[in-house]
Design a protein around this ligand. Structure first.
Ligand SMILES: [Fe+2]
Length: 390
């Protein structure tokens, strides 16, 4: 099956040499981008398309194309919460809700689960990949090896220090568990090193560490920070905390740009310091693409309204946005260039995860793309070479 996408502005996700292409079209064969063709040389390709019934030639009438968004922290969507329902059916609902919003690849988050839930989630994620392809890249294990004082909405009964058995469970699932969020207070330097050596991204989060403790964890393999500014020790005059350590040491860092978790001036400040190290996550909850107005994390109820997702006590419990909303927020509220905001949702998270074939539009990449108008309304997505109108 082949597909031609023409007459569009292409945001490639690249930082140099062709970040935006206006004079080229995308020719897709199977699930890959086969050629970027100059518009003056389209005729032979369009001729080729006419010969097969399943081929499609799309005139996008001046709309925009970008690589599909890559979200490394999805708690839920379409009414489903992954931590409470790890079934393949639940994963399908979550993926469907987010793919309608332009996210073509994601990590599903587990919020401080017990070990039985980890095992079920790993099994279901593998089954999903076998049946439905590569949209779920794996699991982001967020906790339970975090600090009680910075737990946010995480169930306190599960929070603990990592032991040998916990480490073994994670290492045995290293193909599926791609990111672990830990606090350095709850894991040893040797455990951090083992996780990193296994190819798992170790991210600092839900941590009350000092600058020195955070710095020490970086030396042993922590390379990333989870939802910068939220649930981590802050900056004061004589103690830079986790936030200061991440900014000073130029670590990769995710950020939730929903206008609720972090103020826009702080998004801009982080951007000035971290540049291409700062990337977007949604931290989305079941309310994204779902009808539900409340959900549970452990025993605590989280209510969704105009103030976002919060408990009755006002503790934030995830977000109600998709990656599309985060990109829009970066452009319209934080004042970023469109191409840069798109890279924060595509090529930067792909690099963090070491995924070389997604997150950019170039020859040989997997054909995962999002098509949107100038107001950022999603009009279509391309998933592994299959065009789906929204
Ligand atoms: Fe969190």
């Amino acid at each position: 099956m082949s597909l031609m996408l023409r007459n569009a502005k292409i945001y490639t996700g690249l930082s140099h040499n062709g970040e935006i292409l206006c004079d080229q079209s995308i020719f897709i064969e199977g699930d890959k981008i086969s050629r970027l063709v100059h518009n003056s040389a389209l005729a032979p390709y369009r001729e080729k398309l006419k010969k097969c019934e399943n081929d499609h030639d799309h005139d996008l009438r001046g709309m925009n194309i970008a690589p599909g968004f890559i979200d490394l922290q999805v708690n839920g969507g379409g009414g489903s919460m992954f931590t409470s329902d790890t079934s393949v059916k639940s994963i399908r609902r979550i993926v469907n809700a987010h793919s309608k919003r332009g996210t073509t690849n994601m990590l599903l988050s587990l919020i401080s689960p017990d070990n039985a839930t980890i095992a079920e989630a790993v099994k279901a994620t593998k089954e999903y990949a076998l049946s439905y392809g590569n949209s779920v890249l794996g699991i982001h294990l967020e906790g339970p090896f975090i600090t009680l004082e910075k737990r946010g909405i995480h169930p306190k009964e599960n929070i603990r220090s990592m032991n040998d058995e916990d480490l073994k469970i994670i290492l045995d699932a290293k193909e599926t568990i791609r990111i672990v969020t830990v606090s350095p207070e709850s894991v040893s330097n040797e455990q951090i090193k083992s996780l990193k050596d296994a190819g798992i991204v170790v991210s600092i989060g839900h941590s009350n560490a000092t600058y020195c403790k955070a710095f020490e964890s970086f030396i042993h393999g922590v390379s990333c920070a989870t939802h910068l500014y939220n649930a981590m020790s802050g900056i004061s005059a004589r103690e830079p905390g986790v936030i200061g350590a991440v900014l000073d040491c130029n670590k990769d860092a995710s950020i939730i740009v929903d206008g609720i978790h972090v103020s826009y001036p702080l998004v801009r400040m982080a951007k000035k310091i971290l540049r291409d190290k700062l990337f977007l996550v949604s931290d989305a909850m079941p309310v994204v693409g779902g009808k539900t107005m409340s959900f549970k994390i452990g025993t605590e109820e989280v209510i969704y309204d105009l103030a976002g997702c919060e408990t009755k006590e006002g503790v934030i419990g995830g977000s109600a946005i998709s990656m599309r909303d985060a990109v829009k927020g970066c452009i319209e509220k934080a004042g970023m260039e469109t191409a840069e905001a798109i890279r924060m949702a595509t090529s930067y998270p792909a690099r963090v995860l070491g995924e070389g074939t997604i997150g950019v539009i170039r020859e040989g990449s997997i054909a995962n793309m999002v098509i949107f108008d100038d107001s950022f309304n999603i009009k279509a997505v391309v998933l592994s070479g299959v065009y789906r109108k929204i």
